[in-house]
Design a protein around this ligand. Structure first.
Ligand SMILES: [Zn+2]
Length: 221
């Protein structure tokens, strides 16, 4: 690497949801310096960006918000077209933007280069695999090689949630001392309701089932 020094700076791909907020705390534990990047692609709820900003401010972290509104040109579907209902066809939710994570992670890589961060943290998860091929472990490993070759760097992509289910993700937040913070300040609900959410959308069901299972587990310890 031509004498290039490694550093302890990490960039967290951050949406203000449970998973990426847990990743942020993971990064704060393991790296000296942490910055956040959020992609603005015309989410159903502009609130997502606000929530992400609020959490970044709480933690006094540098927060980069990148405009990815061009994605709407590629996939006018339920995620960006607010008039469409969210449904799942052939096991792939119609919120699917082809190669969305590839695009996001490539931008994260370019930003990591600019800010001098060697480590990139993402909350993608193969256990709760919802049909996104570019969230699989094999893809992330492949992309890590590609990013390194594309910029002649030795980035390390970390995926602390890759093999965790939602119960275990809550356990991780708890082990970092942040279960209550994650529970009360993050947004995962499709209806745009912070914390425990609407309780009925697919995202809330996944989140709350995991939380209930973990709380039960914790009580019996
Ligand atoms: Zn919900």
């Amino acid at each position: 690497m031509n004498g290039q020094l490694l550093n302890d700076k990490a960039l967290v791909v951050f949406s203000g949801g449970q998973d990426s907020t847990t990743c942020m705390f993971y990064a704060l534990k393991h790296f000296k310096e942490v910055e956040l990047v959020t992609f603005n692609y015309g989410q159903r709820h502009a609130l997502e960006i606000e929530v992400a900003e609020r959490i970044a401010q709480d933690q006094q972290l540098t927060h980069h918000v990148l405009d990815m509104s061009l994605l709407a040109q590629l996939a006018p579907n339920a995620l960006t077209d607010h008039t469409m209902a969210i449904t799942a066809e052939n096991d792939i939710p119609n919120t699917f933007v082809p190669a969305r994570n590839l695009l996001f992670m490539s931008f994260a890589g370019a930003l990591a280069y600019q800010i001098g961060a060697r480590h990139i943290i993402t909350g993608v998860c193969e256990t709760d695999f919802s049909g996104y091929p570019d969230c699989r472990d094999i893809f992330i490993k492949s992309l890590n090689v590609t990013l390194n070759l594309s910029m002649d760097k030795d980035f390390v992509i970390h995926t602390p949630l890759m093999w965790l289910d939602k119960t275990e993700t809550w356990a991780l937040a708890d082990s970092l001392g942040q279960l209550e913070y994650v529970r009360n300040n993050t947004l995962t609900c499709y209806e745009g309701i912070i914390a425990d959410g609407c309780g009925t959308c697919p995202s809330c069901l996944l989140r709350n089932n995991g939380l209930n299972a973990y709380m039960k587990e914790r009580e019996t310890k």
